[in-house]
Write a protein that binds this ligand. Structure first.
Ligand code: ACO
Length: 322
């Protein structure tokens, strides 16, 4: 059996930080409301000269260093992002160029907040089928580029960041199962309705804005994530109490608490970072994983469940023995 095993992880948050108190000066909101409803205390914003590839590059460098590999060994780059630098070239190739490596396939996967879990699942398949020996998988976003800073319903939720990992084949431990799902019937509940082939000119003019039906998203997210997590365990004959760590998409503390409750998992077994950076979409899971691994909580051999949910809707789980 070949597993995809994590050899190293890295994360990057831009230096510019905005607290809930800073937001009080922009819109009619307050720290207490934001913390109680979402768990978010602060978020980081990409600098004017920073695009998604810049954030992804910084996280990738740290993952490469942490894995102790030669960057020339990388033979696959996949990035989950919904905020690419350009229409093309894809952000994976931009990071490949920044790293100074050449020739390996590099591409982006677009699945909103589930983008990293989708990208990781694809990389896992590349490794399992024998071709790939060293994959760089990234989740990176500049979500604040989509934000209308006068809309209190959405501007308090999001932030920018990037996380990355190096994956290699192993006969010992690694990814046990990936499950992905989507249901386009929910497309109108969470969307940014402009892109290259539709209403492109509205982007950047304030005419296009992120639309979210918050309480509807909340309800479907809680139900779907709970179902997906239980399905992942059941399909792999894992009992709830065997799980060592939950590494969830960091969108909202209350959604995370609901999933933990469904798994009968105390919050001490959940990696929580939403307070430090808000919803960074595809970047949130690899960043949280990096936090848990680097601070020593997630140990080799432990059972970890990652789970994501995002616009589309899309969702996914990855069960692994780290
Ligand atoms: N500050 C103060 N008041 C606010 C703010 C704000 N920033 N935003 C909304 N309100 C007000 C509303 O106007 C409303 O006022 P009203 O009762 O006078 O009309 C009141 O607060 C309650 O609004 P609700 O939308 O019902 O508040 P809710 O408890 O549902 O919380 C939230 C809103 C946090 C968006 C919640 O619905 C949520 O987390 N939804 C999930 C959406 C999510 O996480 N999206 C991220 C992307 S999807 C994903 O990654 C899973």
């Amino acid at each position: 059996m070949i597993y995809s095993r994590i050899e190293g992880t890295g994360r990057y948050l831009p230096s510019k930080m905005m607290t809930n108190f800073d937001l009080e000066k922009l819109v009619d909101t307050n720290d207490e409301w934001i913390k109680t409803r979402t768990g978010v205390e602060r978020r980081h914003l990409a600098g004017a000269d920073q695009a998604t590839s810049d954030l992804g590059y910084e996280a990738a460098k740290k993952a490469i260093e942490n894995a102790g590999i030669d960057k020339e060994d990388i033979d696959l780059i996949i990035i989950g992002t919904t905020t690419p630098d350009y229409v093309f070239p894809n952000t994976g190739t931009l990071i490949q160029d920044r790293l100074g490596i050449h020739g390996c396939p590099a591409f982006s996967v677009e699945a909103a907040c589930s983008g990293f879990i989708y990208a990781l699942s694809v990389a896992d398949k590349f490794i399992q089928t024998g071709g790939t020996k060293c994959a760089l998988v990234i989740g990176a976003e500049v979500m604040t580029s989509l934000i209308d800073w006068s809309d209190r319903n959405t501007c308090v939720l999001f932030g920018d960041g990037a996380g990355a990992m190096i994956l290699k084949p192993s006969s010992e431990t690694g990814i046990l199962d990936c499950k992905l799902g989507a249901d386009g019937k929910y497309k109108d509940l969470l969307l940014y309705p402009a892109g290259p082939s539709k209403d492109f000119k509205k982007i950047g003019t304030g005419e296009a804005k992120l639309i979210m039906s918050g309480s509807d998203v909340f309800k479907v997210a809680v139900r779907t994530l709970g179902d997906a997590a239980e399905e992942a365990l059941k399909a792999n004959n894992v009992n709830k109490e065997e799980l060592d760590w939950l590494v969830p998409h960091q969108a909202n503390l209350r959604i995370i608490q609901a999933t933990a409750k469904r798994l009968e998992l105390p919050l001490e077994k959940v990696i929580l970072t939403v307070q430090d950076h808000g919803n960074t979409s595809a970047a949130s899971i690899p960043m949280a994983l990096d936090v848990g691994i680097r601070d020593g909580r997630i140990q080799r051999g432990q059972l970890v469940l990652m789970e994501a949910f995002g616009g589309g809707f899309t969702w996914g789980t990855v069960l692994m023995r780290y």
